[in-house]
Design a protein around this ligand. Structure first.
Ligand SMILES: Cc1cc2nc3c(=O)[nH]c(=O)nc-3n(C[C@H](O)[C@H](O)[C@H](O)COP(=O)(O)O)c2cc1C
Length: 268
């Protein structure tokens, strides 16, 4: 019986890995990303990508990786905006839940402006250092304030998640960011986990060029080709239709801000 279950599990893992290879990896192996990019721009498209640094340190490891990403994306013709969460005016979430009724936060600060920028962008790069196996306080504040999950802020957005750490726990951070993207209807084109000693930006510059370049290429290709990630799509379908949607519908008028947003995005 045990062997049967083990075999079934292994079989499932093999299927999932094959699907991932087929839909996530193979297209990148056979296409020149830069060619795709120029074709996109010849058609007059402007790819807007927003990079969000969740580290309080604007010259630290996280910022270094994200600036390298910025360079890669700009070199491929994207219009990139870089935001340090430490430099914007942002209060903590008060937990009043009024945004669900009104459609906007009662605190009128830069967190609201940033979420509008996300709504206008094609691609988002979210980066955070690891603080006690979690995202930074700054990143958590923005996640709470940003209208992400219930409002489906990342609907149709292509994303990269990135976590830095010096020891242990950056995998947990990546999982938190990946789930945020998945639950908010984003499409994750790449994820990056960086492990280096605290403040060692030189090693980062030396050792991460390749992974950053590959990830940037995947993001551009995702946006350009409106790429579908079947596993993420199925997972989000289940989460949204069995979890989020019934919950919001039950709340009726109290969540009218949410349903109005969904209608404007053509979902729900
Ligand atoms: C308060 C605090 C908590 C941290 N906790 C962890 C941790 O749990 N695991 C880890 O690997 N690194 C931890 N670190 C190290 C940082 O995550 C790591 O050095 C990161 O790359 C710093 O990014 P930055 O240079 O952009 O600030 C912690 C650092 C600080 C300041």
């Amino acid at each position: 019986m045990f062997i049967f279950h083990l075999t079934k599990y292994t079989y499932l893992r093999v299927c999932v890995t094959c699907l991932q290879l087929l839909y996530l990896e193979l297209p990148e192996l056979y296409h020149d990303v830069r060619t795709y990019t120029s074709v996109y721009f010849e058609k007059g498209g402007i790819m807007k990508i927003l990079i969000i640094n969740g580290s309080p340190r604007t010259k630290g490891v996280t910022a270094t990786v994200l600036h390298m990403m910025e360079e890669e994306l700009v070199s491929r013709g994207a219009d990139v905006e870089f935001v340090n969460l430490s430099e914007i005016k942002m209060s903590h979430c008060l937990g009043c839940c009024r945004c669900y009724t009104t459609g906007h936060c009662c605190i009128d600060d830069d967190a609201e402006v940033l979420s509008k920028r996300i709504a206008d962008a094609d691609g988002i790069v979210l980066g955070s250092p690891t603080y006690a196996s979690n995202v930074s306080g700054l990143m958590k504040d923005y996640i709470d304030r940003g209208h992400f999950v219930i409002e489906q802020l990342l609907h149709g957005k292509y994303c990269i998640t990135m976590a830095t750490g010096e020891n242990y726990g950056n995998g947990d951070v990546l999982k938190i960011l990946n789930n945020l993207v998945l639950f908010s209807d984003g499409k994750r084109s790449a994820k990056i986990k960086i492990t280096v000693p605290f403040g060692d930006t030189n090693t980062v510059r030396k050792n991460t060029k390749e992974i950053i370049s590959r990830s940037a290429a995947k993001l551009i290709l995702g946006i350009k080709n409106k790429k579908i990630y079947p596993i993420q799509m199925v997972c989000h379908f289940v989460i949204f239709n069995l979890g989020i949607k019934p919950f919001v519908k039950k709340k009726q008028d109290t969540y009218r801000g949410v349903t109005e947003k969904w209608e404007s995005m053509g979902i729900g």
